[in-house]
Design a protein around this ligand. Structure first.
Ligand SMILES: *[C@@H]1O[C@H](CO)[C@@H](O)[C@H](O)[C@H]1NC(C)=O
Ligand SMILES: *[C@@H]1O[C@H](CO)[C@@H](O)[C@H](O)[C@H]1NC(C)=O
Ligand SMILES: *[C@@H]1O[C@H](CO)[C@@H](O)[C@H](O)[C@H]1NC(C)=O
Ligand SMILES: *[C@@H]1O[C@H](CO)[C@@H](O)[C@H](O)[C@H]1NC(C)=O
Length: 510
């Protein structure tokens, strides 16, 4: 196409044909070959007409340069609505939301009538930036103007209220609609599901006269998030199939996710068989979901087979597999796969991957490997350790009996260590019967959270008991009484299951 461009330029092009030629480049797979035309226009020294300017603007956007597009826009004596719309959307796609919004503001101040596209862009901006006021302004605009209020606009409006978690506004928009379309119903269902208003979602869903795969997916996704409702996504799935719809990747992620949450291996296998001959199966999201499901059900070999045959792997796939090994006690395999990930170097581990592998090292007592991986976080991957990583390292050192080292480690944590780190040290001290260290850790914990963590009192008390230090046991008991800490609430203690596990057992005071 570059040749084509120079031929046209050599022949001397008039502006009339130029718009058409630019359009050709815009639609081609290599739009940048059309850029010499812009240089040519500049050389001509005449201001191009609106039609050509808009095409130039789109061409620059297609080439990924919102800055050049802006220059074209700024040179237009009277930018048209479509010029505004293209640039607003260009800024949005480039993630420059502020500028996108500024432009939309200027457009509405200019007195031009906004169309449906502009309003839905503004609503998307509102949803992305999490600012309710913009959505409300757009809402007012929609109510005032007769034009531009189609399904797209209304569903965008509902969606931006949903994203802001102001479901009442979303609901009132929906119920004021002249016609309750499928896309608007779907947007509202998504909102209800997000707020776990299952009854409302079900009611809206059952009132639908027509359905599509998107609305079925919205229902399944909503149900699949928590174990209380997860099995309902299977029912919806069956209805959807009976209704003649073909599952999509999003269907697969929800259904497999529900299986994973419920450890519903049979249903999962059945679904696996259903999609194995479809294109969904080779999708990285579906594959990762299957890996996760098989790991949760303890079927590591099945998970690994899927992992090995995935045409494309991302950080989710790698992390799911590594985490699956770790959680099922195959620390050696978790570590091996992590090193393989490093060797392949196609996908970089993220914070979650590192946490999984560190926790696997902790289980197996791979102290020096864990330490090396911890150090490599920042050095090799530029990942700043978070408090979870520090707590995990304390756990790793502590479990292996390096209590002093673990204590030193906590003291070197740049931020103020949170209760998880001290909890890990306390847990390890208890396991190794180190009363002095348990005392230190417990004191820190008591200072951080006096009442919220009865488990800390319990763990300390158990450590004393195990060492035969009944004076200590009584002291803790009195402390609890003084502070009004109830041993019963020990089970509602939030934190890493893993680290806290030991504390729930063997509580013998009272
Ligand atoms: C600009 O484009 C519109 C439609 O796309 C067309 O009707 C109009 O004639 C064009 N104007 C010029 C000056 O070419
Ligand atoms: C909006 O208009 C003001 C005043 O005309 C101008 O200074 C500003 O650059 C414009 N901003 C955008 C994003 O168009
Ligand atoms: C909703 O919008 C308000 C006001 O703009 C904002 O303070 C709040 O954080 C938003 N909520 C969410 C969940 O985005
Ligand atoms: C890292 O990847 C996991 C998926 O394995 C994902 O859940 C998590 O959000 C990612 N974390 C970051 C910080 O990107």
């Amino acid at each position: 196409m570059r040749h084509a461009a120079s031929v046209f330029l050599a022949r001397g092009m008039c502006f009339g044909s130029m718009a058409a030629i630019l359009q050709g480049f815009i639609e081609s797979s290599s739009p940048s070959n059309g850029l010499p035309i812009h240089a040519h226009v500049i050389k001509l020294g005449r201001r191009p007409g609106t039609n050509v300017s808009i095409k130039l603007l789109i061409l620059h956007l297609r080439c990924g340069s919102v800055i050049q597009a802006r220059k074209v826009f700024d040179e237009m004596p009277q930018p048209t609505l479509s010029a505004f719309n293209y640039l607003i959307s260009g800024y949005f796609k480039a993630g420059i939301f502020e500028e996108s919004l500024n432009l939309a503001r200027n457009l509405s101040f200019s007195g031009q009538k906004l169309d449906g596209f502009t309003i839905s862009m503004i609503l998307k901006l509102s949803a992305t930036m999490g600012t309710l006021s913009i959505a409300k302004q757009a809402h007012t605009q929609i109510l005032k103007s007769e034009t531009g209020s189609d399904d797209v606009v209304f569903s965008a409006l509902i969606d931006s209220y949903v994203k802001n978690e102001t479901i009442d506004y979303a609901r009132s928009v929906f119920y004021a609609l002249p016609k309750r379309s499928l896309v608007c119903s779907t947007a509202l269902i998504v909102g209800y599901m997000k707020q776990r208003l299952f009854k409302d979602a079900e009611e809206t869903f059952s009132n639908l006269v027509e359905r599509d795969v998107v609305v079925y997916n919205a229902m399944m996704e909503g149900y699949s998030r928590i174990s209380e409702t997860a099995s309902r996504s299977f029912q919806i799935y069956k209805v959807m199939r009976l209704d003649g719809f073909i599952p999509t990747v999003s269907t697969a992620v929800s259904v497999i996710g529900a299986c994973s949450l419920l450890s519903a291996l049979q249903f999962g296998q059945q679904f696996h068989c259903e999609i194995i001959k479809t294109t969904i199966y080779s999708h990285v999201k579906a594959g990762s979901a299957l890996i996760d499901m098989y790991c949760k059900c303890g079927r590591l070999e099945d998970a690994r087979r899927i992992f090995d045959h995935m045409p494309e792997k991302n950080v989710f796939s790698w992390t799911s597999m590594i985490d699956g090994y770790g959680k099922n006690g195959y620390s050696y395999d978790a570590l091996g796969l992590f090193y393989k990930m490093k060797t392949f170097n196609e996908v970089k581990p993220n914070c979650t991957t590192i946490l999984s592998v560190l926790s696997a090292c902790g289980h197996a007592g791979f102290v020096s490997e864990g330490q090396k991986i911890f150090e490599s976080m920042d050095k090799d991957y530029g990942l700043k350790p978070r408090m979870e990583h520090y707590a995990c390292m304390v756990d790793l050192l502590g479990r292996a009996g390096h209590l002093l080292e673990a204590y030193d480690f906590i003291k070197r944590v740049p931020q103020k260590p949170n209760s998880d780190a001290w909890t890990a040290l306390l847990g390890a001290s208890r396991v190794h019967g180190d009363v002095a260290m348990a005392d230190i850790a417990a004191k820190e914990l008591f200072m951080l959270c006096r009442n919220e963590r009865p488990g800390a009192y319990i763990a300390l008390s158990n450590t004393f008991a195990a060492a035969g230090r009944w004076d200590g046991v009584c002291r803790v008991r009195e402390l609890m009484k003084d502070r009004g800490v109830s041993a019963k609430s020990g089970h509602s203690w939030i934190g890493s299951e893993e680290i806290l596990h030991g504390f729930h057992c063997g509580w013998s005071i009272n």
